[in-house]
Design a protein around this ligand. Structure first.
Ligand SMILES: O=c1ccn([C@@H]2O[C@H](COP(=O)(O)OP(=O)(O)O[C@H]3O[C@H](CO)[C@@H](O)[C@H](O)[C@H]3O)[C@@H](O)[C@H]2O)c(=O)[nH]1
Ligand SMILES: [Mn+2]
Length: 739
């Protein structure tokens, strides 16, 4: 491990970072006490109602609402764990040079994962890599490792090209002090004219066309292969080579000690790694890929800091590593600091963020809340790890047998030497991990499709802390799903992964609270228990509405004091949520769409995730890690930019959404008719409000079901199925005796 040698005068050194509790903290705490009392009152009210229920149906209804509200109360408690110590941080990277010489900056191993050249276009991966290679950091200290789980020569080809272009791109960024160091993003924002911009743009475009044509054709023109090295590398893709069955391919594309840019400055290392795949041995998806990179990088460079990046998350700020260093070099927090997480932010979101893709709570608000405790969860990308965190607790190391893999091993051999080459291939083998503790005690955790969440949880339980830093200028920007189907599928995969954690030994409530303290346990539980939001969401989307159709009141009368309690609980939660959202730079409209997506997820991805989890654990089937597509279809992308919901595919996940839309519509119409006919609706106003709320939220669904004609409208089978289902439910509701 490289030793940090701060200047002698550290004691009087200027601050590198500060942290403070956010001002809303006092309000949050006071409000939590009031809201908690209201919840207790509500539970008391439920017990009273249950006691006074006389028929089976009324008792069943009361019990159902009690269950719904118990789940809501539990989720409220978990949310509160984020609100008691919300923390903000500042860094002063300008002070860094006063504390540490540039030549003593620690080395940085950057991991980029990609898994499929058709869902994750190699040109995008290249852009991500270039933006990271161009960090404003000593280039000889940077090593970029690209893990290709797609085992694709197309991706490797793209990187051969990228390595050549990088020799021009890096000095161009450095000389002009460019901030957008992702070429695609830079050329998109064609504001200021830099010298040579046109020339470099032409080179970039040429590379892009070449790479894209190769990807389109699916193979590499022989005239594109310019030297023996390349030919030798591509020869590995022989007949027997498939993405599921192939030997390890490790290719050093740039070697810092050998390769210079066009101005003679050293280049960063750039290494392509496609681990060995074998149908007989489990590969553990992204966690497996990352563990392979941990080992391969240990053999080649073994930097003390590791940054993990998804292939679509490019760097948006060249100073990010220096911001990170502000924490890393601080000796007072160093001993148990495991990782520094930057938020995942996204590019290309439409103005209203119709699918709530920003996940503001998950990526920005909640991590800030956990930062005041023991630190945020790991979210898979944009996270700087201290390498040592993968090898046991801060005071209880768990070291690999091979000393070359240990976090304190110092690499002396050149990365292209035969010895290093052989060892790197060995540790990238598909059987290397069998009978070892990789994935259980060392490295990234296996056993959950949400490997990020599981890994962070495990590290916190072992006594590591983490840090959240949210700079004004986003450190990284990623792609997001632009169809509802993709968005829900992604969420469904997360839910399966989260349930895998809930049902493991590492349940955040039991195991987690014991090792991290109750608030951290609750904070982790908040995510882990996401899928149970389905319970109250289903109940409140159907039951009050069906009862309204049947003219049975289920909430207190408007004139009753208990009604106020309901009003307070509903609006209290909603308004606080909206405030949190807007304080995190959200607009009201984005918040509104975000809450709609929360309901939509509750009705679809959460419950479908739960079902798939159950099926998987009965051993019936499993889809594994379904990579989110980052390719955009033009029409679809136009609709997305206009804020139009994209249904299009006949997914069963849409059935509950459309059914709820129908039931709420019918209930609302019946409620209005009753009012117009002079019926006594005093006891039904709460239900009318809820069905109206359902109706407003369902607006895009009615549009997609009834009057849209484009490809993204609701498919016919879903229309027919859910309308029938909805109407049957309404009819059944009318048949239930309501006396
Ligand atoms: O077998 C696999 C599957 C995926 N990946 C990579 O994992 C990353 C994330 O995959 P993606 O399909 O983009 O999933 P998202 O749901 O968008 O990703 C979020 O959720 C994942 C956990 O489910 C985390 O790993 C990610 O960091 C987080 O951004 C991508 O770079 C993939 O190339 C692999 O390397 N190997
Ligand atoms: Mn992604």
């Amino acid at each position: 491990m490289s030793t940090l040698t701060p200047h002698p005068a550290t004691a009087a050194a200027p601050p590198l970072h500060t942290s403070h509790l956010l001002r809303r903290c006092t309000f949050n705490r006071a409000f939590a006490i009031i809201y908690a009392s209201a919840i207790v009152a509500l539970l008391y009210y439920h017990l009273l109602t249950l006691r006074h229920s006389t028929t089976f149906i009324s008792s069943a209804t009361a019990a159902t609402f009690l269950v719904a509200d118990l789940v809501l109360a539990f989720m409220w408690i978990t949310t509160t764990s984020f609100r008691l110590f919300p923390t903000g941080r500042k860094v002063f990277p300008e002070n860094l040079v006063k504390v540490l010489d540039k030549k003593d900056f620690p080395a940085l191993d950057i991991f980029i994962c990609t898994a499929d050249p058709y869902k994750e276009p190699p040109m995008n991966v290249v852009n991500t890599a270039l933006s990271l290679m161009a960090y404003d950091y000593p280039p000889e200290k940077i090593s970029v490792y690209v893990s290709d789980d797609g085992g694709s020569e197309l991706t490797l080809f793209a990187f051969f090209e990228a390595a050549k272009f990088a020799k021009i791109w890096l000095p161009f960024c450095r000389d002009n002090d460019i901030i957008d160091r992702c070429p695609e993003a830079f050329f998109r924002s064609n504001g200021i004219a830099f010298p040579d911009r046109t020339k470099i743009k032409a080179m970039y475009e040429k590379m892009k066309i070449k790479v894209e044509s190769v990807v389109d054709r699916g193979n590499i023109n022989s005239e594109y292969i310019t030297n023996e090295d390349e030919q030798k590398a591509f020869n590995k893709w022989n007949k027997g080579f498939t993405r599921h069955q192939h030997p390890a391919v490790i290719q050093v594309l740039l070697e810092s000690k050998q390769d210079n840019d066009i101005q003679g400055h050293p280049m960063p290392n750039l290494i392509y790694v496609s681990r060995e795949k074998n149908k007989a041995s489990p590969h553990n998806f992204k966690a497996g890929a990352l563990n392979t990179l941990l080992r391969v990088s240990a053999v080649l460079t073994n930097a003390p800091i590791v940054l993990t990046q998804d292939c679509d998350m490019y760097s948006n700020d060249p100073k990010t590593p220096q911001q990170m260093l502000c924490f890393y070099v601080d000796q007072s927090i160093r001993h148990n600091l495991g990782y520094i997480q930057f938020p995942q932010r996204f590019q290309g979101i439409n103005k209203a963020d119709i699918y709530g893709s920003e996940y503001k709570r998950l990526y920005v608000i909640n991590p800030g809340g956990m930062d005041g405790l023991k630190g945020p969860c790991y979210v898979g990308s944009g996270c700087f790890f201290v390498r040592r965190v993968f090898f046991g607790g801060p005071s209880l190391p768990e070291l690999p047998k091979l000393h070359e893999l240990r976090p304190d091993y110092i690499v002396k051999k050149p990365i292209k030497s035969q010895e290093v080459f052989d060892l790197a291939h060995e540790v990238a083998g598909s059987n290397y991990e069998s009978n070892s503790t990789w994935g259980s005690k060392m490295g990234f955790r296996y056993g959950s499709l949400s490997e990020d969440f599981f890994t962070g949880l495990h590290q916190h339980c072992r006594g590591w802390k983490s840090l959240f830093f949210h700079p004004k200028r986003p450190a990284f920007l990623g792609d997001l799903p632009i169809s509802l189907y993709d968005a829900l599928n992604q969420n469904r995969r997360w839910c399966i992964g989260l349930l895998e954690v809930v049902f493991s030994k590492y349940n955040p409530l039991t195991f987690g609270s014991r090792f991290m303290g109750p608030l951290m346990g609750l904070a982790y539980a908040h995510n882990a228990f996401w899928p149970i939001w389905s319970i109250p969401i289903y109940i409140y989307s159907f039951l009050p509405q069906l009862a309204l159709i049947n003219r049975v009141p289920v909430f207190p009368k408007v004139t009753d004091y208990w009604f106020l309690l309901y009003v307070f609980l509903f609006f209290g939660a909603y308004i606080q949520d909206c405030l949190d959202f807007m304080l995190a730079q959200g607009t009201f409209q984005q918040w509104w769409n975000d809450q709609r997506m929360f309901l939509i997820r509750g009705l679809s991805s959460y419950i479908f995730g739960f079902i798939e989890f159950s099926i998987k654990h009965l051993g019936i089937a499993s889809k594994g890690f379904h990579v989110t597509s980052k390719v955009v279809d033009n029409d679809q992308s136009k609709r997305y930019d206009n804020g139009v919901f994209e249904f299009g595919v006949p997914s069963p996940m849409f059935v509950p959404l459309a059914t709820v839309a129908i039931v709420n519509l019918v209930a609302f119409v019946i409620g209005i008719l009753q009012t117009l006919m002079g019926g006594n609706v005093n006891g039904l106003l709460g239900q009318m409000f809820l069905s109206c709320f359902g109706l407003v939220n369902s607006w895009p669904i009615y549009e997609a079901m009834v009057w849209r004609t484009d490809k993204g409208k609701m498919p016919r089978v879903i229309n027919v199925t859910s309308t029938s289902l909805g109407l049957i439910l309404c009819m059944l509701a009318m048949l239930v005796p309501n006396a």
